[in-house]
Write a new protein. Structure first.
Length: 263
């Protein structure tokens, strides 16, 4: 019997400053280099998971947690034959700070070997729609335990170079032109790409695409029609929008928009 591939379910919950959940089963499609504005706390459920950072690859075995910080550039290549199954909690950094007396949180280790925390998060991943289990309080308790036991006092900052701060602040990403932007910096496009990636961690085109996806998520959450979102965010058409949205999020725009808040 052939296992269905690339099954993803996305959910939003009105707790912890807007908790997001992604349940990915037998995922064979790579996630390109990108960032999130949340902590990504992933349960690795099937097969070894690969987190690709700017300077190294981290192999995460089944049955443990992996953690990626907010604004940390990363990619997740997936097993093309077997696929990867994982459940990710996207938790607001402000919510995590609350569990650390308001101080910034840094996880020294990307892989957390803790059977109790894994099992508790796994149980919550199975029953988050069930109000009887007191999902919110149990999640807060286990996240507090994670922060207490595994964070470092070392601060983490993923900052951009001053060279590109003006570009990031003022560029109209919907009509971005690589050649024109490179010319504004007095660089040929190849040198501009190299310097930008060296300092930001992403190519200019990938960075711009990611910003378009972030903008589109906000518009979709506000109920704007998908066609209008695609055009307003600078995509050629809805097909182009669907393809790139799923590349970066794991779900298509319609499923993302239809994810209901569970009270």
């Amino acid at each position: 019997m052939t296992t269905k591939k690339n099954i993803s379910e996305y959910h939003q919950l009105p707790i912890l400053d807007g908790l997001e959940l992604l349940n990915a089963k037998s995922h064979t499609l790579d996630f390109p280099f990108h960032t999130h504005n949340t902590f990504n706390i992933a349960l690795i459920l099937e097969n070894t998971f690969n987190i690709r950072l700017y300077d190294k690859d981290i192999m995460v075995p089944k049955g443990v947690l992996s953690i990626v910080h907010p604004n940390e550039v990363h990619a997740t290549p997936c097993d093309k034959d077997l696929g990867n199954s994982f459940f990710t909690f996207y938790v607001s950094p402000e919510a995590i700070k609350d569990f650390n007396s308001g101080e910034p949180v840094f996880f020294e280790d990307k892989i957390i070997y803790d059977q109790y925390i894994f099992n508790e998060l796994y149980s919550l991943s199975l029953h988050f729609k069930n109000n009887v289990i007191d999902f919110e309080n149990r999640l807060i308790a286990v996240l507090k335990l994670l922060v207490t036991n595994y964070t470092s006092i070392k601060p983490i900052k993923f900052t951009t170079s001053k060279l590109f701060q003006s570009f990031i602040a003022t560029t109209n990403f919907e009509s971005f032109s690589l050649d024109k932007t490179a010319s504004q910096f007095g660089l040929n496009k190849y040198k501009f790409i190299r310097l930008f990636k060296q300092e930001i961690g992403l190519t200019p085109n990938n960075y711009v695409l990611l910003k378009k996806i972030e903008k589109s998520k906000k518009m979709l959450k506000n109920g704007k029609p998908i066609f209008d979102v695609a055009i307003d965010c600078g995509f050629y058409d809805t097909s182009h929008f669907y393809k790139n949205f799923k590349r970066f999020t794991g779900v298509n725009p319609l499923d993302f928009q239809n994810a209901l808040f569970i009270s």
